[in-house]
Design a protein around this ligand. Structure first.
Ligand code: GLY
Ligand code: MN
Ligand code: MN
Length: 312
């Protein structure tokens, strides 16, 4: 047992060791009532942290100030800490997938993306919300937010036992591609765009991962060689079962390094409306992330109490 436990990621398990690891992973993924109760408490703690961000957020505050406000509040509320380095990005930084908070000052009218969790022992939640720094958002900000919100709502609605996770991922990819087509950012037919995976420039990650006992809850033993779907290697490529806990976190971003890549520009010369993209570049990105407990005929969103402040 010890030998199996100590094997690191990337080391190969064979035979009985693989079977044992797989059985343990499968058991661990299914959350019992005590675990669910604990995770619900963590969601409440995170809600306090997110409410604190809403309270202090204003133009002039820095990303680091927001991080300190959030982390101070969740520690006061009983969290042991954060399960991953808190991600906070204002304006263009909201397009950075793992943005480490900086001393950049939040500006009027921009997005602030906060991806922040809370942990006790090794149990955790992993949540993302996007705030408006101030006042009214532009029509572009609103359109981008609405698009991701639609993908988020629809992906949650389809998450239940018996569904293959890759199908949820592909649904997010389709909704985002369709939205970008309607906004005039992509060109051509939706089917061709999906086939060429053009939307992966704007949605370059998986739609979610198992969560709960650690931020990347186990899914690896059966996933030694993760396949790529729509440009993202899916670490979770399983059929959902009752009481799995999984994040649903579609996103859509204007990532300068991708949009300015000569290779991306050549590959998608005719599929992306490059002059339209110029008008969106500084806007950043949106991700919305909740932790979903899978049921036989539906699911329960354990992080639903963390408010989504941007109106649809
Ligand atoms: N917070 C990292 C993630 O969403 O996966
Ligand atoms: Mn996540
Ligand atoms: Mn996250």
């Amino acid at each position: 047992f010890t030998a199996v436990y100590k094997l690191g990621q990337g080391e190969v398990l064979e035979g009985k060791a693989f079977d044992l690891r797989t059985a343990m992973d499968q058991t661990r993924r299914v959350k019992d009532q005590a675990e669910v109760n604990l995770i619900k408490q963590l969601a409440q703690i995170a809600t306090h942290g997110y409410n604190k961000i809403h309270e202090v957020l204003r133009p002039g505050i820095t990303e680091i100030d927001l991080q300190l406000a959030y982390e101070g509040e969740i520690r006061r509320q009983g969290a042991h800490g954060v399960p991953y380095e808190t991600i906070i990005g204002g304006g263009p930084n909201s397009a950075i997938l793992h943005a480490i908070p900086t001393d950049r000052v939040v500006q009027e009218g921009e997005f602030v993306l906060v991806d922040a969790g809370a942990e006790v022992y090794d149990y955790c939640v992993d949540i993302t919300r996007v705030f408006a720094a101030s006042g009214k958002l532009s029509s572009q900000h609103t359109a981008l937010y609405q698009l991701v919100r639609r993908a988020h709502t629809e992906c949650i609605a389809m998450s239940k036992a018996g569904v293959f996770w890759r199908d949820v991922h592909m649904h997010a990819a389709r909704v985002i591609s369709e939205g970008l087509l309607q906004l005039g950012i992509l060109k051509g037919s939706l089917d061709t765009l999906m086939e060429k995976e053009v939307g992966s420039v704007f949605f370059p990650h998986g739609v979610g991962h198992l969560v709960g006992l650690r931020v990347r809850d186990t899914g690896h033993a059966e996933n030694r060689e993760p396949k790529t779907y729509f440009g993202a290697r899916l670490r979770v490529d399983i059929e959902l079962e009752e009481n799995h806990l999984i994040t649903v976190e579609p996103g859509c971003y204007f990532i300068s390094s991708l949009l300015e890549s000569a290779e991306v520009q050549a590959r998608f010369k005719d599929d992306i409306n490059w002059s339209e993209v110029e008008k969106w570049k500084g806007i950043g990105g949106v991700r919305i992330e909740d932790n979903i407990l899978i049921g036989r005929d539906g699911n329960e969103n354990l992080t639903i109490d963390v408010p989504k402040h941007i109106e649809l």
